[in-house]
Every structure is written in structure tokens, then in C-alpha cells.
Ligand binder design. Structure first.
Ligand SMILES: [Zn+2]
Length: 290
């Protein structure tokens, strides 16, 4: 049985977690420095974000934002039935994600806006689903916002990137463009009076995070500025899947500096439940308090 979705209120805005899957294996290999013994040194990661043996806990999940009467989805996970030869455990899935989505109280037809923090395959997958053997928009009444420059980067299929992401462009982004539902925006685009994009480049060239502000409250959905809370304590730990590792570290430090010791709720895109918390300084460095 899936656990009930977490929900957060940020002023008048509601944010709902929709989990696609848990993965405790791949993330431990993504961050090569996050060895089990190094993780055990970061005490506050337990029990939520690491297992007793020092393996990382992580999720692949979407966030549904209800703002000003509009339904906005942030990131769309892996999707079902997609070919991902490099990371087969995230390909050819058959999850009940759409059922969970509907169970959260909003049908896919009622989604107004879809935002992808970047165009890696695990953030675009449910943009589309199979309909009569073709990839068709899962959210037929939505406009899908893509960073214009992020799109321009990936559509060229740069040699240094991997096939799974190119497949993701072909099966989960291009069909949206062809259906006329894509809108290409700047990296600091404002969605509505409560929500806006914030440029956080490095993991991919035009990666963005999503800022939610309402009635004096603030939250940020990170995207992959960090893959795991261990990178709050060890900011220089990069992943194997960063386009520009040095810029990722710079961006992560700037991001964490901006939220530390504030009331800003940080919602980690791959963080295990409880997913959201505040960044606080301690004698050992920065911590994540849930
Ligand atoms: Zn990701």
C-alpha cells in the first residue's frame, strides 16, 4: 500500500506530493562520495533520509501546486513503458502513478500548467503516455512550460549526454511540442502572482527551481540542485549526472546560503518523506530540519 501523499500549505497555496517510486539503490551510486561510512557520519540523515547501513533513501515524485484556482504540476517523473537502456530500473515501468494522481483529488484533465525543472528523463516522463501506440500528452488541457534554452540544449543531443535523456526528449518532450502544448520561457519566468521560476544552472545548463510565495510565506521546490539531503552537509559532493559539476557546486552553495536560517520551506525533489524542511546552521555545518 502506498503511503498517503504529504501536503503543505504556503500561505494560500497548497502543495501536494505525488510519489512515483522509491529508489534506494541508484541514488547511492549517483553520488560516488556518499559511501556508507561517510553517510553514517551525518547523524541527522537518520532515520528519514538514510538506512541504518548508510544507504541513501530517495524518491521520484511530482508536486501538484494549487494556486489561484489553477493546478500546476512540477516535474513528471519517469512515466510508464519508456525505453531507458542505461538505467533499466527506471525504464519500462508500470506504476499506478496516474491513479495516485487522481486520488489526490485532481484529474490529469484538470491540470492547467506543467513545469519541468530540467529535461532529464526522470523529470519529463509522465508528460506523455501511450495512446494507440503513440506518445500523447497525459495532461491534454495543460500548457507545458520548458526553459527555452534548456530545450535548445537538449534538442541538439550533445555527445556528452546519455541516450536515456535523448529518448526522454523523443518520447516525452517532442510529442508535446508537436501537439502545440509547449511554451518556451525564460529561466526566471513568473507563472502567477504566487509562483515563479528561479535559475539554478549546473546539473543541466538551464536547470530551474520553483519558488512559491504567498501571504509572507515561502517555499522552494529544488529540482536537482541537490539529489539528497547529504549534499546540504557536503555541498561539494556532485553526482555523476551533472552537465557542469563545478557550476552545480557553486549553485548549490548559493542556494543553501540563500535559505539557511530562514523560514523558507525547502522541498527536495528527490528527498525521501517527509521531503520538506528548513536549512539551519549548526556547529557541524548546515543541517536539514524536518
Ligand atoms: Zn532527477
Amino acid at each position: 500500500m502506498a503511503k498517503p501523499s504529504l501536503r503543505w500549505s504556503v500561505g494560500a497555496v497548497e502543495i501536494i506530493q505525488i510519489v512515483e517510486m522509491e529508489d534506494n539503490e541508484l541514488f547511492s551510486t549517483f553520488i560516488p562520495e556518499a559511501k556508507q561510512e561517510k553517510i553514517r557520519e551525518i547523524k541527522w540523515l537518520f532515520p528519514h533520509f538514510a538506512k541504518e547501513n548508510g544507504k541513501l533513501r530517495a524518491l521520484i515524485q511530482s508536486f501538484l501546486i494549487k494556486s489561484n484556482g489553477k493546478n500546476i504540476v512540477i516535474d513528471t517523473c519517469n512515466g510508464n513503458g519508456k525505453e531507458r537502456p542505461n538505467m533499466p530500473t527506471w525504464g519500462n515501468l508500470k506504476t499506478d502513478f496516474l491513479k495516485r494522481f487522481t486520488d489526490s483529488g485532481v484529474a490529469p484533465e484538470s491540470i492547467d500548467i506543467v513545469v519541468c525543472t530540467h529535461l532529464h528523463f526522470d523529470h519529463v516522463g509522465w508528460n506523455t503516455k501511450l495512446k494507440k501506440d503513440k506518445w500523447a500528452p497525459t495532461f491534454p488541457n495543460a500548457k507545458y512550460l520548458f526553459s527555452k534554452e534548456e530545450y535548445e540544449y537538449w534538442i541538439k543531443k550533445p555527445e556528452k549526454e546519455m541516450i536515456d535523456d535523448f529518448n526522454g526528449i523523443d518520447d516525452s518532450v517532442t510529442p508535446i511540442v508537436q501537439a502545440g502544448l509547449a511554451e518556451f520561457v525564460a529561466d526566471d519566468y513568473r507563472i502567477d502572482e504566487n509562483t515563479r521560476l528561479m535559475p539554478t544552472p549546473g546539473h543541466t545548463p538551464h536547470h530551474i527551481s520553483v519558488v512559491i510565495e504567498s501571504q509572507g510565506k515561502k517555499a522552494i521546490i529544488t529540482g536537482d540542485v541537490m539529489h539528497h539531503p547529504c549534499q546540504i552537509a557536503r555541498q561539494e559532493w556532485t553526482t555523476l549526472v551533472d552537465t557542469y559539476p563545478d557550476q552545480t557546486i557553486e549553485t548549490r552553495k548559493r542556494f543553501l546560503n540563500g535559505v539557511k536560517d530562514t523560514e523558507t520551506l525547502v522541498i527536495g525533489s528527490h528527498f525521501a518523506s517527509p521531503v520538506a524542511g528548513r536549512v539551519v546552521s549548526s556547529e557541524q555545518g548546515l543541517e536539514f530540519r524536518v
